[in-house]
Every structure is written in C-alpha cells, then in structure tokens.
Design a protein around this ligand. Structure first.
Ligand code: AMP
Ligand code: MG
Length: 493
C-alpha cells in the first residue's frame, strides 16, 4: 500500500465548528526526510522501505512533511482544548504548532496523522507554530523507545529537517514530525467543554470516544462510567510503567494527558540514568511539581480534574469511587513490573520490601538504574556474578547493604519454580540493553544537525528492539560519567 491508498474518515472535522479551526499547513522550504519509522509505517499498513527508497513515494512523503501537499481525504484542522498547566487553568490552549491532517482508517483501527511544526494556528498565542530538529528527534525516538518497551505511546511515521531556521534560545534547524496516534483526545478537550458549560457536547465527545475507540463499552450498563474507569485504569498502568522504567514525562499538564492512556507530548522528558527519585529534567520546573516520584500523585490530580469535567454525565459518588481504584491499580501493576524486572515469577506480598530495599540501594550509590537491573539478569549467586552486581552499582563487593540485599534476593530466587536459564531469559526480555539516555539522544541530534542522520537511524533501530543484544553497539550503552554536566532541557521546542 502507498500513501495515496490511505483512506480517511475525519470525525473531528465533523464536530461543531468551534471544536477546531481549519488551517492549512504553512509550507517549509528545503525539506529532507531524515528517517522513516518501520513501526509507524506498519501502523498505517505502509511499506517503510518504499517510503524511503521509492522515488515517487519518498517525494510524496517529503512534500507531506514539508506542509506542501495533502493526501486525498485529508482535512487539516487545529484542535481546541484547554488544560491545567502547572496547577493553573489556561483557557487559551489548543494545537498551536501541529495540525491533525486526517484520521486514517486501517485494518487495525483508526490512526490520526498529526503534523507537528505545521505553522501558526489561532491557538499559537505568541508561538511561531514551528518545531525544531532537537525536539522533533527527541519526540521521534521517545515514541520508538516507549513502543519498544511495550509502553503505550504516540509514535511517528517520519521526521524531517528543513533549510529554514527557527529562533529558540539559539537559532536552530526547523523540523517536522508526522505523529501517529489512535486518537489525540486529551483530558483538556473535556475540560474546555466543562468550563464552557456544554453538557451536551461533553456527552457527544464521550460517545465519540466510546464508539470509535472503545466499542466494547457500548454494551456496558453505564457506558460513561465504564469509559472513565477505562481511562483511570489505563492511566494507572501507564504511570506504573513509567515508574518501573525510570521515565520522567516532566510536563504532566492536563492538556498533555491522553484519554486513551497513551504517553503523549514529549518535551523535556528523560529516562533517568543514575537513580534519583526526585529527578526534575525540566529546568523551568523549579518546584519539582513533575519530579519522577511525583508522577503517581500528579496523575491522580489530573484524573480528578477530568472527573470534574465529567460531572454532567456521571454521579459524583461514582466518580469518587472510580478515582479510588487508581492507587491500588497503580501499586499492583507496578509490583508486577518490578517482579518481572527482578525475575520473580511468583507473587509474594513481601516482595514489596525486596523492591524498596533494591531502590534504596540504587539511590544510596546513585547507581545507573538500567545497568543495575541488567546486572541481575546474569546473577547466579556465584562470587563472580556478585562482583558484577557490585560493579554495576559502583560500590564495594563487601558493602553491607548490598550483601544483605543479595542474600535476601538469593533466598527468594531459591524458592522460585523456574530454572536459572528460564529466569535469565524472562529477565532478558524485560530489562532493556539499549535505553533512550539523554546524552545519547543529544549526540544523535548533534550529528543530525551537522548533516549525518546515520546515528539517528541506528539508535532508532536499537530502541525499537531494546532487549536484543547486538555486536559492536557498546557505545549505545554508555552511562554518562558522574561529573558530566546535565543536559539542559526546557519546554521550548
Ligand atoms: P506543550 O505543553 O509543550 O505540549 O505545549 C503547550 C501549548 O503551547 C500547546 O497548546 C502548544 O500547541 C503550544 N505551543 C508550544 N510551542 C509552540 C510554538 N512554537 N508555537 C505555537 N504554539 C506552541
Ligand atoms: Mg501539549
């Protein structure tokens, strides 16, 4: 199938007029596609090889990325939404630098094609509606890395650079990202309708989500309650995954929360290197509102804002009861992830202590989070593997806390029904060898800015399948040194 074969059914463009504004992309000049994602292509039923190598197909993709061409059936719109940013309500939000080009109908469901960096819209406020290469590459790789880990996320079909420059803290190459998502529906869409006191439109939007994305809920006794339950459960599972894999979103405003429970709107996010529960990668978040260890609480706060927006549809007591399921769900999903990462097949209550003392150990030694888990994959109780764990934590092999923890862990493993080899294989399939570390993303960005996008493609390939060890790829596993200055990330993108 080629780009021209894509079929669209644009429900959003048929909503009431003020749900969106029709905007045509502002064309870029000198556009060059840097990478096509096999994952994104497969989500659309397209052939990534053809998009990259076939002259006509590549030209079509390039003009699409340049905002110079639309495919038959596309109807570009900027969506209106609002949201709570850092705790305060902002009524002036919406798609300010991206356009929903169309909603594709594929064999496996609906896929929004959203062009980020497509130019100004009525919701751009003071922004230029553009995107820079740095943030586009970061978002592109984040989608691949999340999907590679099995964590729900938006993805992208391609990333492109333009000759035109864009002014941020410095002058940077302009870029576009063709983002894919089952839907871009956000908590903020409901907040907007609630603040405008439009109960019928809240109902219309909720029905739309049910019919198009959660058809099984149509049959539920109370479909709107079932939809809210679904969002609460999926959000709990999503945050559990973030916590288990050391991901900090860093801008968990309600407009950046997906009703479908996807990770969306990657900005100054980070996969942490050394374990630091209070990590705040966004240097503009001085209070640490969105620190790593705050994410579960913030997600619940955001869900409470969504619940309020749904009061015209659902009884307040029911909303409260559903919100109360968030914390136990998150705890239990998180425990499952951590058990898997530690190689425990059986569920024991007291594993909680094993997990928290492990994390305390990592914090004490500011150990590399991912390397620490990887060192346990090969742990077999021998002196040599004991020393390997100590080396991964950069501590002495006779460190008291480590010795104690490994004793506890060894005893626990001895009670497991699985063989050493079975446990090894299970652990290797959930503990990534290749992680989207900020400094590695930064080096990919610098190469791309200098005209070499080969490292981008290599890293994308590794992140899409992070559990398989490849020869000669050690540079992609490097941990930043202890005294390396942190890469300065900001919201400006
Ligand atoms: P974010 O929290 O990064 O997802 O962005 C918050 C809001 O600011 C959204 O409504 C964006 O569309 C808008 N925005 C961010 N950057 C720009 C830009 N360069 N031009 C126009 N709008 C922007
Ligand atoms: Mg946003």
């Amino acid at each position: 199938m080629t780009l021209h074969d894509l079929r669209f059914d644009n429900a959003w463009a048929k909503f009431p007029d003020d749900f969106f504004t029709r905007v045509t992309p502002t064309p870029w000049s000198g556009t060059r596609v840097l990478d096509v994602s096999p994952l994104g292509a497969s989500q659309l039923g397209l052939d990534a090889e053809a998009l990259w190598r076939d002259e006509d197909e590549h030209a079509t993709l390039t003009s699409l990325m340049a905002g110079r061409k639309l495919l038959p059936g596309m109807e570009p719109i900027a969506q209106k939404y609002t949201g709570h940013q850092f705790g305060s309500y902002n009524p002036a939000l919406g798609d300010g630098r991206g356009l929903l080009l169309g909603e594709a109908v594929t064999d496996s469901g609906f896929v929004d094609l959203h062009l980020k960096g497509a130019g100004q819209t009525p919701y751009s406020r003071f922004g230029d509606g553009r995107a820079v290469l740095r943030s586009s590459i970061r978002e592109y790789l984040a989608g691949e890395a999340m999907a590679g880990l099995g964590i729900p996320t938006t993805t992208a079909l391609a990333v492109a650079v333009n000759e035109e420059k864009v002014m941020r803290e410095r002058v940077e190459p302009g870029a576009t990202l063709l983002r894919l998502s089952e839907s871009h529906v956000r908590f903020g869409h409901f907040e907007w309708l609630y603040q405008r006191q439009r109960p019928e439109d809240i109902e219309r939007l909720a029905w739309h989500v049910i019919e198009r994305h959660r058809p099984l809920l149509r049959e539920a006794e109370a479909p709107f309650e079932a939809l809210f339950e679904d969002t609460v459960t999926r959000t709990a599972d999503l945050i559990a995954a973030w916590q288990a894999y050391g991901f900090v979103h860093a801008v968990m405003n309600t407009d950046n929360m997906s009703l479908l429970g996807l990770t969306i709107d990657y900005g100054p996010y980070a996969f942490m290197d050394r374990y630091q529960p209070r990590l705040v990668p966004n240097h503009t978040d001085a209070e640490g509102r969105y620190a790593f260890n705050q994410q579960p609480g913030v997600a619940l706060w955001n869900l409470a804002v969504l619940a309020q927006s749904l009061t015209p549809l659902i009884d307040v007591e029911r909303l409260r009861a559903i919100l109360d399921t968030f914390e136990p769900r998150l705890q239990s999903t998180y425990a499952d992830y951590m058990r898997q990462r530690l190689g425990l097949a059986e569920k024991w209550e007291e594993d909680h202590a094993l997990v928290s003392s492990w994390l305390a150990l990592l914090e004490k030694h500011s150990a590399d989070f991912h390397g620490a888990f990887l060192s346990l994959v090969d742990y077999d109780g021998s002196q040599a593997s004991f020393a390997d764990v100590a080396a991964a934590l950069e501590c002495e092999p006779d460190d008291d806390a480590l010795v104690q923890w490994l004793r506890h862990y060894t005893d626990r493993l001895a009670q497991e029904p699985r063989s050493r080899q079975q446990r090894h294989d299970a652990m290797a399939s959930v503990n990534p060898r290749y992680v989207l570390r900020t400094h590695l993303a930064q080096s990919v960005i610098e190469s791309a800015e200098a005209g070499d996008s080969e490292p981008l493609r290599t890293f994308r390939e590794l992140l899409a399948d992070p559990f398989t060890e490849r020869p000669d790829m050690d540079v992609w596993q490097q941990v930043p040194s202890r005294n390396a200055p942190p890469v300065n990330l900001s919201c400006s993108s």
